[in-house]
Write a protein that binds this ligand. Structure first.
Ligand SMILES: [Zn+2]
Length: 238
């Protein structure tokens, strides 16, 4: 498989082992609520706090956020980004960084590598999202800057593009619950040059059904639950 795929998520069975749970969230479409993003309908608004432990250049971060925002906008979701500089004391960060988390608040941590988070994550993992097993609020994801930079170099793709696409993929895990992966597109488990090319054209996006599930999730979130992990990783490093 060397060189044939750029990214791959672990099988869900492996992810389940991380926290020992056998259950994953399942978002039911049969709720009698119209979740379709109708034309002219105001988008749902979420807040994503970026905790950058790797000092990504501000312009790179801003462009990555723009990539992610555009993808989520296509699903009917607007993102308010809050960049929380972890290099300064908490009390000196912008107030939104210290505000209690709400059901539409998310945290995306940029770290060098995510493998140390769990022995069940492989060194080549590029991203991980903590997904509650009971369908309750998922809000936390990590991206490995080391792996993203490696993929950017291998596929001659700007780092901000890789980061933005990977962030959207992980946010997808947070909002789609069980069965988040699809056979193609943004939520495909394995990415390669083809997916990154689609991404560069703005065509690596959520499907209509995924967009529906995302909006459904956001309209039904609550605050309870614990978490298990699903990861996305570079597969070419096997
Ligand atoms: Zn994934």
């Amino acid at each position: 498989m060397s060189g044939s795929t750029g990214f791959q998520c672990v099988p869900r069975a492996s992810a389940i082992l991380l926290l020992g749970s056998l259950l994953l969230a399942c978002v039911s479409p049969a709720l009698g609520i119209s979740m379709r993003a109708e034309k002219g309908e105001p988008p749902l608004i979420i807040t994503i706090r970026i905790h950058d432990y790797t000092h990504v250049p501000p312009e790179t971060l801003a462009r990555a956020e723009a990539v992610t925002s555009e993808i989520l906008r296509g699903a009917g979701v607007s993102i308010v980004w809050v960049d929380c500089n972890v290099a300064v004391p908490v009390e000196q960060r912008q107030p939104a960084c210290a505000r209690p988390m709400g059901p539409l608040d998310f945290v995306l941590n940029f770290v060098d590598r995510i493998q140390p988070l769990s022995p069940n994550l492989r060194e080549i993992a590029m991203g991980v999202a903590a997904v509650p097993p009971d369908g309750s609020q998922a809000y936390l994801a990590y991206l490995s800057i080391h792996q993203a930079a490696g993929a950017a170099q291998e596929y001659a793709t700007p780092l901000e593009q890789v980061l933005g696409l990977a962030a959207a993929h992980e946010i997808g895990h947070l909002l789609l619950g069980e069965n988040a992966h699809s056979s193609s597109g943004l939520m495909k488990a394995s990415w390669g040059a083809g997916e990154l090319k689609l991404g560069s054209l703005g065509n690596l996006i959520f499907t209509a059904e995924q967009s529906w599930r995302i909006r459904s999730n956001l309209l039904q979130r609550d605050r309870k639950g614990s978490y298990l992990f699903a990861e996305i990783r570079t597969a070419n490093a096997r």
